[in-house]
Design a protein around this ligand. Structure first.
Ligand SMILES: *[C@@H]1O[C@H](CO)[C@@H](O)[C@H](O)[C@H]1NC(C)=O
Ligand SMILES: *[C@@H]1O[C@H](CO)[C@@H](O)[C@H](O)[C@H]1NC(C)=O
Ligand SMILES: *[C@@H]1O[C@H](CO)[C@@H](O)[C@H](O)[C@H]1NC(C)=O
Ligand SMILES: *[C@@H]1O[C@H](CO)[C@@H](O)[C@H](O)[C@H]1NC(C)=O
Length: 413
């Protein structure tokens, strides 16, 4: 019976052509079969391990336990044949409500694959609560306790655990690359433990970094105050884990956004109002985008992110409990001038979420010693998620990063 199934499946696999799942224009999505403007993109609907192994690159998975008991999964593409003897390790950390799939969305033109093509040892982080990291030594994702974490807990829990693990495995100082909230984690870790970070990380690259979001242009800025109300209400009514659980929100988003080409287009237009209305993301990338978002996270973390709108970059605000927890009425501020590791900032002019002005402000707030480079994407229509899904991402910043790493990277002491 087993072999019969195997044979049957392999025959089917060969006979059935893979269905078209992406198209060049919105119009083509209405009739995808036998349409020369549509094709099958393997990345849509596939897991990161599947996407990477299909390319034939050496792939490994590691589970790392944080100090507070979360088990996070890290992916790796090694480079055993690299001519570069001192294989440089690069750790890529994704942002809010997504996963490491972001780093491979553009296929061969994605940052993760481009780094690997150039001889780097590439590691991909997935922080707690996202679909690849849902384990805890004591809790399951069905427990409220599991979802009781803020940005602080990821930045000072998941990130150090991952970085120390990689350092121990490779003996190399690491290049840390974050996108959006992934950059925030680096800023917090670097401010809180500057010497430790200097020991393990040789360069921090912050793309579309979320620091204080004073110049946010999206209407999400207006929504920020309501996050508090939703958070309080959800705790009171006990739906914190539903709202936090990735799969549920993802399914809802899929039902709404992937219902028809029309809804997909409307959803993408709406999304663009958050990230920057003008962009270089083609309709053929929309299915990959909706496939990856939103991934799971906690409402507590979202509430914390909302507190950065305005001029604040503090630890989580526990209100009256701050005195007991922090010994002060207000939560302590992360002082990014304490960062000592060389830091590069990459931003886009048309990013409505993490804006040019907030990025420049971030860079100016770093110490002279930490300022390594600041780079504006030389293109008007490039927004927050063009970094991951934009057709021109390779030309407009990945090549710049490769050049920085190959030629200019600060030497390891
Ligand atoms: C990592 O954890 C997952 C989930 O518990 C498990 O399925 C997988 O086998 C583990 N992998 C390794 C390499 O330990
Ligand atoms: C896990 O449970 C054990 C036994 O109850 C407890 O000692 C430990 O502190 C817990 N750890 C975490 C991180 O919750
Ligand atoms: C992938 O990108 C590299 C450049 O990094 C290029 O040399 C190679 O031809 C590309 N491969 C494919 C299959 O497009
Ligand atoms: C460090 O690596 C060694 C050998 O590779 C391993 O035995 C040890 O458990 C690792 N330590 C940590 C903290 O990961």
């Amino acid at each position: 019976m087993f072999w019969y199934m195997v044979i049957l499946l392999s025959i089917c696999g060969q006979v059935l052509p893979q269905q078209n799942n992406v198209c060049r224009t919105m119009k083509d999505y209405y009739a995808m079969d036998n349409n020369p403007n549509c094709w099958h993109n393997e990345i849509v609907g596939a897991s990161v391990p599947d996407i990477i192994t299909k390319t034939g690159r050496p792939f490994a998975v590691y589970n790392v336990t944080t100090n507070d008991g979360y088990i996070i999964t890290i992916f790796r593409m090694t480079n055993k044949d690299s001519p570069n003897k001192k294989m440089n390790s690069v750790f890529l950390q994704h942002g809010l409500i997504t996963t490491s799939a972001n780093w491979v969305s553009l296929g061969n033109d994605s940052l993760a694959f481009q780094l690997h093509n150039n001889g780097y040892d590439v590691w991909l982080g997935n922080y707690r609560g996202t679909q690849y990291s849902e384990e805890h030594i004591n809790f399951s994702v069905n427990d409220d306790e599991y979802w009781d974490y803020s940005v602080d807990d990821v930045a000072l829990g998941d990130i150090p655990a991952a970085i120390k693990f990689i350092f121990n495995e490779t003996g190399n100082k690491i290049i840390y690359v974050g996108h959006s909230l992934g950059s925030t984690f680096g800023l917090m870790y670097g401010s809180e433990h500057p010497e430790e970070v200097r020991k393990y990380i040789k360069l921090m690259v912050l793309t579309a970094p979320a620091y204080t979001l004073s110049n946010i242009r999206t209407s999400l800025g207006l929504a920020a105050p309501f996050v508090d109300t939703i958070y309080t209400a959800s705790k009171y009514y006990g739906f914190i884990k539903i709202a936090s659980f990735g799969q549920t929100t993802k399914d809802i988003a899929k039902i709404i956004c992937m219902d028809s080409p029309k809804t997909m287009n409307s959803c993408f237009t709406f999304i663009s109002l958050i990230y920057g209305p003008k962009n270089g993301i083609k309709p053929e990338m929309y299915p990959a985008y909706f496939d990856q978002h939103p991934s799971g996270t906690s409402l507590k973390l979202i509430k914390h992110v909302a507190s950065f709108v305005g001029n604040s970059f503090r630890k989580f605000d526990y209100g009256v409990r701050n005195i007991g927890i922090y010994n002060s009425f207000l939560p302590p501020t992360y002082d990014i001038s304490k960062i000592v590791v060389p830091t590069a900032v990459i931003y886009a002019r048309n990013d409505w979420l993490t804006t040019k002005y907030d990025s420049i402000n971030l860079y100016k707030s770093l110490s002279r010693k930490a300022r390594f480079a600041i780079h504006e994407i030389p293109e008007e229509n490039f927004n927050h998620i063009d970094f991951m899904f934009g057709t021109k991402a390779k030309d407009l910043y990945i090549d710049y990063l490769l050049d920085m790493f190959n030629n200019n990277s600060p030497s390891t002491e």
